[in-house]
Design a protein around this ligand. Structure first.
Ligand code: NAD
Length: 445
C-alpha cells in the first residue's frame, strides 16, 4: 500500500518505518526541514534502539522516503496517517493546533484526487475530536465527489521499546464509522496491519470516540498507578521500619495488582502521561463533569517531584554541594526529555547552590534544556569525581550495578540517592555509604 505519515517524530518515524519494513511504500512528511535533511542523510533525529538501522535498510530498498512536501506525498497515497504532536495548553487541555493544521493541509492536498483515501489519526486526542477533523478535511477538500474515510487508530507504543511494541502489539485499536465507506476503510486497515496480526487477532473495532477514550483510559490508568505507589512511598518514608521495596513486592504478587507501573520513582514524565491525564480531565470538565480522582493524578505527580527535590536538598546538608547525577531522560532507552523529573529536581538543587555533574548516555536533548547550568561528563565515574553525593535519576541498565568501591574512592562524600530503588542498600552501606531510596528506611531518614 502507499502510505504517507504526517509528522516524523517518535510515533511517525517508528510506525512509518515498520510499515515500510513489511513492504509498503511509505513517505514520511515533516514540516521541519532540518529533520528531513538529517533523515535523508541516513541519520535519525531521535534515539530509539534499533531504529536507525531499520530506517537505513528501508531507505536503501526504496520503501521509505522523507520529504517536506505534504501535497505530493498525500496525492500519491492510499492511506494518510496523522502523527503530529498534541501537546498541552497552559490550562492542561489538549492543544490541537498542529493536528487541525495538518488535517487542513491533508484535505487541501486531497482536493484534486479521484482515488479513495483513508485518513488515519494516530495522534492522541481528546474525546470527540474525530468530528472536527472530519469537518476540517471536508471543508478543505471542497470536493463532494471525493470518497474518503476517517479512522481513529491511537498509537500504544512506548519509547525505548517502540519497535517490539509495534511489531508484536497487544492490541490494535481502530475507531471507524458504521457506514459502507467506513467498512471499506476498516478492510484496508486490517490488510495493512495483517503482518502484525497473524499469530492472533489483536484488532479491536469501535467508534472513533471508543478508540479515543480507550487510549486516554490506558494512559490515565498507568499514570494513576505511578502516582499511587509514589504516595505510598511517601507514607512509607514517614513510617519507621518500612521499606517500600519490600512492600512493593508484597503488593504486586497479588495477581489482581501485578508489577507493571508499580515502581517508586521521582515521578512520571515524557510526552504522554502528563498531557493525556490533564487533557482528558480538561475535556470532561468542558462536557460538565469533574472526575475527582482523575483530577488529582497530575497534581499528585507534580507534588511528588517537588517532594523529592526538597528531600534531596534537605538531606544533603552541605551548603554548596558537588553532586554527581546518573541519568536525565524521563526513562531509559530514549533521549526524550519532555516533562522529565530531572528538570524540576535538578533546577531546585542548582537554585540552592549545588554544582551538578551529569552523565546520561543520550544527553543531547538535555543539553538544550539545562545548557551550561550543569556540567556534562563522558562516563558515569567521571560524573562523581570529588562529589559529595550521587543521585540516580534514570535507570539506564549501565547504572544497575555500580562499583561501590570505586565510588567510595572517587567521591569525597558518602551519600547515595537511589531515586529508582535499583540498588541493594546493604551493599552500599557495607562500603560506608548513606543510602537513600524512595520510601525505604535506611540511615538517612
Ligand atoms: P513528536 O513531537 O516527536 O513528533 C511530531 C512531529 O510532527 C514533529 O517532528 C513535528 O515537526 C511534526 N509536525 C507537526 N505539525 C506538522 C505538520 N502540519 N506537517 C508535518 N509535520 C508536522 O511527537 P510524538 O511523540 O511522535 O507524538 C505524536 C502523537 O502521538 C502525539 O499525539 C502523542 O501523544 C502520541 N503518542 C506518542 C507516543 C510516544 O511515546 N511519543 C506514544 C503513543 C502516542
Amino acid at each position: 500500500m502507499k502510505i504517507s505519515m504526517i509528522g516524523t517524530g517518535y510515533v511517525g518515524l517508528v510506525t512509518g518505518t515498520l510499515f515500510a519494513d513489511r513492504g509498503n511504500k511509505v513517505v514520511c512528511v515533516d514540516k521541519k526541514i532540518n529533520i528531513i535533511n538529517q533523515l535523508n542523510s541516513g541519520k535519525i533525529h531521535i534515539y530509539e534502539p534499533g531504529l536507525e538501522k531499520l530506517v537505513q535498510k528501508n531507505v536503501a530498498n526504496n520503501n521509505l522516503s522523507f520529504t517536506t512536501n505534504l501535497q505530493e506525498a498525500v496525492q500519491q497515497s492510499d492511506l494518510v496517517f496523522l502523527a503530529v504532536g498534541t501537546p498541552s495548553n497552559e490550562d492542561g487541555s489538549f492543544n490541537l493546533d498542529y493536528l487541525l493544521r495538518a488535517a487542513s493541509d491533508v484535505g487541501e492536498a486531497m482536493r484534486p484526487s479521484s482515488k479513495f483515501k483513508v485518513v488515519v489519526c494516530k495522534s492522541t486526542v481528546p474525546q470527540g475530536t474525530s468530528q472536527p477533523i472530519i469537518d476540517i478535511i471536508n471543508k478543505a477538500t471542497h470536493n463532494p465527489q471525493l470518497e474518503w474515510a476517517y479512522v481513529s487508530n491511537p498509537e500504544t507504543l512506548a519509547e525505548g521499546t517502540a519497535i517490539s511494541n509495534f511489531s508484536k502489539p497487544d492490541r490494535i485499536i481502530i475507531g471507524t464509522g458504521a457506514d459502507k465507506v467506513s467498512d471499506h476503510a476498516f478492510e484496508l486497515i486490517c490488510e495493512l496491519y495483517h503482518p502484525f496480526n497473524i499469530k492472533s487477532d489483536r484488532i479491536m473495532r469501535g467508534s472513533p470516540a471508543d478508540a479515543e477514550l480507550a487510549k486516554l483510559f490506558s494512559n490515565t490508568a498507568l499514570a494513576a498507578r505511578i502516582a499511587l505507589i509514589n504516595e505510598f512511598a511517601r507514607i512509607s518514608d514517614l513510617t519507621p521500619n518500612a521499606d517500600m521495596d519490600i512492600i512493593r513486592r508484597m503488593i504486586c504478587e497479588d495477581v489482581r495488582i501485578g508489577y507493571n507501573f508499580m515502581f517508586p520513582s521521582p515521578g512520571y514524565g515524557g510526552s504522554c502521561f502528563p498531557k493525556d491525564v490533564q487533557g482528558v480531565v480538561a475535556q470532561a470538565k468542558i462536557a460538565g463533569y469533574i472526575p475527582l480522582m482523575m483530577s488529582q493524578i497530575h497534581p499528585s505527580n507534580e507534588a511528588h517531584k517537588n517532594y523529592i527535590g526538597e528531600r534531596v536538598a534537605k538531606l544533603l546538608q552541605t551548603k554548596h554541594p558537588k553532586i554527581g547525577v546518573w541519568g536525565l531522560t524521563f526513562k531509559p532507552n530514549t533521549d526524550d526529555m519532555r516533562d522529565a523529573a530531572s528538570i524540576p529536581i535538578l533546577t531546585r538543587l542548582i537554585n540552592s547552590g549545588a554544582e551538578v555533574f551529569v552523565y546520561d548516555p543520550q544527553d543531547h536533548k538535555a543539553r538544550e534544556i539545562f545548557g551550561d547550568r550543569i556540567n556534562y561528563t563522558a562516563d558515569k565515574y567521571a560524573a562523581i569525581d570529588g562529589a559529595d553525593a550521587l543521585i540516580l535519576l534514570t535507570e539506564w541498565k549501565e547504572f544497575d550495578a555500580p562499583d561501590f568501591n570505586q565510588l567510595k574512592r572517587k567521591m569525597r562524600g558518602s551519600t547515595l540517592f537511589d531515586l529508582r530503588n535499583r540498588w541493594l542498600p546493604a551493599a552500599a552501606n557495607r562500603q560506608g555509604f548513606n543510602y537513600y531510596g524512595i520510601g525505604r528506611s535506611y540511615p538517612l531518614k
